[in-house]
Design a protein around this ligand. Sequence first.
Ligand code: KIV
Ligand code: NA
Length: 265
Amino acid sequence: IKRITTRVIQELKTKGEKISALTAYDYSMARLVDAAGVELILVGDSASNVMAGHETTLPITLDQMIYHAASVVRAVRRALVVVDLPFGSYQGNSSEALRSAIRIMKESGAHAVKMEGGLEVKESIVRVLSAGVPVMGHLGLTPQSIYKFGGYAVRAKEETEAQKLLEDAKMLEEIGCFSVVLEKIPAALTKQVSDSLSIPTVGIGAGPDADGQILVLHDLLGITKEFKPRFLRRYADLHGIITGAIGQYVDDVKEREFPSKEEAY
Ligand code: KIV
Ligand code: NA
């Protein structure tokens, strides 16, 4: 199998083929996601919510991100593996950002990093890029700034914020990011940004005109039950399937149905 590189991701936009992306945080799931043909696997800091049960992405550490990323890298044969730099590991200054990105690349074997924000983190992104580490940008509803936003509402509905987002996106392309995530912004703005950039946009809650789509794996599979924003399409009800299977196991143990003689030595 041919590996997906940042260059392949960029070529998909040129060819007019949509990019499929998903998150993964562990070896077993990453194997399935990769085998199913997703081009880009994000080891998202949503691991903080999905894997660790935190309410926000803020608590997850760089060491924890590296543990998740290394597990995913061991599983993946084809997809491009991108890893989120967690909150606090790159905003302070550009040398800290570079140190964090280098740790991720060296210790996990991932292929690229993702950083949230525009002009505010430009110096950090430039420094990471200058070391030869591919960077994916992330604009719109950036969850590491959730306490600044005060909630998970759609971003950039007003002209000034939309204008800043467009300028940030152009800046990210100019300094050399290979792609940019657009999260929870109006579909019309996604179209405008995607048309203005030659690098691909990857949307979540950003409408049909992004150059690719990304979702949190556990949301798509219906493992998480309570989280149901409009943008989420559930492709399976694993919550029902998993609790059903485990419930059956409990019953079988209680009823002495499991194990059978054939399942014993
Ligand atoms: O952490 C994450 O899962 C993300 C994507 C949803 C874009 O950043
Ligand atoms: Na993230």
